[in-house]
Design a protein around this ligand. Structure first.
Ligand SMILES: Nc1ncnc2c1ncn2[C@@H]1O[C@H](COP(=O)(O)OP(=O)(O)OP(=O)(O)O)[C@@H](O)[C@H]1O
Length: 251
């Protein structure tokens, strides 16, 4: 197994505040890595740096490296649009475009130059199938995406990310705004998707981290306190602090 995505001494600052303090982390290919830790410990900041979403925050600044294969994603001349095609992201709250279901999915491929209607139809169907949404929406593709339930909207956002064929998917608490049934659909989907993708997921839900992830990275005050195979981290963590967090003694 090779490490497709890795960070090297990654530090992220907001003004003077060092939110991520020198993190080295490898994401194993075709695996799910859960990023866990108490509120404010830098999980989302770290995740956003992986596809350069922190570029959009005026006072965010970064040092260190992020590699995808042998490419430094912050190297001068990197095309951020192409980077975000390779490294897709889904946020905590579903954020479909104010467009039809079809157009939400076709948007990315069209942006990247695909014009052929048959090809777009194929991509829309394939993406919705991969996101386990096709059967629920195939008869209403021209309806507004906002007519879908919250859980369906989140799967639509996953389908939208998949439509441009990423190799990595970043999920920032993707199920925390959803009901239990929708949550378990998203979890099943994550397990399915890792066969063809590398996935990083920020979650506050320890059961969810234990259920869906292969590896767990425990963040504490901007540092990577402990990292390892999820089954080991959850049964026999090395650090007392990890044990306390995982067992819900603080957080
Ligand atoms: N846009 C921003 N501007 C300034 N400071 C920020 C910004 N975003 C996050 N921070 C600060 O960076 C630190 C890390 O925040 P971050 O959101 O990454 O943590 P987190 O572990 O994801 O938290 P949570 O679990 O509550 O979402 C915190 O001190 C936070 O206040």
């Amino acid at each position: 197994m090779t490490d497709l995505l890795r960070t090297q001494n990654l530090k992220v600052y907001y003004g003077q505040n060092e939110a991520v303090k020198g993190i080295d982390l490898n994401f194993a290919e075709n695996s799910v890595t859960a990023l866990i830790g108490p509120s404010g410990c830098g999980k989302s900041t770290f995740l956003r740096s992986l596809n350069r979403m922190n570029d959009e925050i005026a006072d965010a600044r970064q040092t260190g490296n992020i590699w995808i294969g042998d490419q430094d994603i912050n190297a001068p001349g990197t095309d951020v649009t192409v980077l975000r095609q390779k490294i897709g992201m889904v946020w905590q709250r579903p954020n479909p475009f104010y467009k039809s279901i079809y157009d939400n999915i076709a948007f990315g491929p069209k942006y990247h130059g695909i014009r052929n209607k048959k090809e777009l139809d194929r991509i829309v169907e394939e993406s919705l199938r991969k996101a386990a949404l096709w059967d629920e929406v195939k008869d209403r593709l021209s309806s507004s995406a906002l007519s879908l339930s919250g859980g369906q909207q989140q799967r639509l956002c996953i389908a939208r990310a998949l439509s441009v064929n990423p190799s990595i998917l970043l999920l920032d608490e993707p199920a925390s705004a959803l009901d239990p049934v929708s949550t378990s659909k998203i979890e099943e989907l994550i397990t399915e998707l890792k066969q063809s993708l590398t996935i990083a997921i920020v979650t506050h839900n320890m059961q969810q981290a234990a259920r869906v992830s292969d590896y767990t990275a425990y963040f504490y005050l901007g540092t990577l306190m402990e990292y390892g195979k999820t089954e080991i981290m959850f049964t026999n963590p090395t650090k007392p602090n990890t044990q306390e967090y995982i067992s819900g003694r603080f957080g």
